[in-house]
Design a protein around this ligand. Sequence first.
Ligand code: ADP
Ligand code: ADP
Length: 232
Amino acid sequence: MIELINISKTFAVKNKFTKALDQVTLAIPKGQIFGVIGSSGAGKSTLIRCVNLLEKPDEGQILIHGVDLMKLSNQDLIQHRRKIGMIFQHFNLLSSRTVYQNIAFPLELTGTSKNDIQLKVMELLALVGLEDKAHDYPASLSGGQKQRVAIARALASDPEILLCDEATSALDPATTKSILQLLKAINKKLNLTILLITHEMEVIKIICDQVAVIDGGKLIETGTVEQIFTSP
Ligand code: ADP
Ligand code: ADP
């Protein structure tokens, strides 16, 4: 369970203040696929970045399984972040490393043995359907394949939560569908909680259990996809 309680965040650039999040409260049950939709500048990125404290709210609480993230020591926060994977619009792969090395990277950082890394990377390559690409470099892959690598890398540390920041926005509609299907399959198989942000209604309709609508930093509506998208 992820709980955001009354979080607010204001950015100040010189004398200009932007309230990116305004008293946002949200509860995401374990194992759900939860979508946050809104237009550009609505506060989606700021919201999702708060869940792993890449962005620190000015006010409010962020609880994960009841643990208040802002009360953790730096050491505990590092441990905690390992339970949260993240994928991005532009994949953020390391271009000088192969697919295998990209997926192995987070495991190398935690000092995992070579043998265990190999077992894990092979398992993840199979999960995302890229066994034959292990030794290719990101530049030779399609957008959909790059996102599959990023998903595998995000899952390497066995996270409980996957954050998806506009993860399909750089992909064509057919590739978007296949990535969303993969995320759904992983959600089921691993009981992974998925929080995604998007500006695309289709993404929400295809994959999400629940959705929140954000505008001007405020949550406007929260409910099931049917509740939000079916007019009375
Ligand atoms: P979205 O992801 O929905 O496009 P963001 O969360 O990126 O929205 O941004 C919300 C608002 O906060 C926007 O007005 C944006 O310009 C502003 N903002 C976001 N990050 C920063 C920052 N680091 N410094 C200043 N303003 C920011
Ligand atoms: P996206 O819309 O894909 O989330 P952005 O281009 O809005 O990405 O933001 C990229 C980075 O710049 C983020 O780290 C965000 O916090 C920061 N940022 C966004 N808006 C502003 C802004 N107005 N001033 C300074 N930094 C910003």
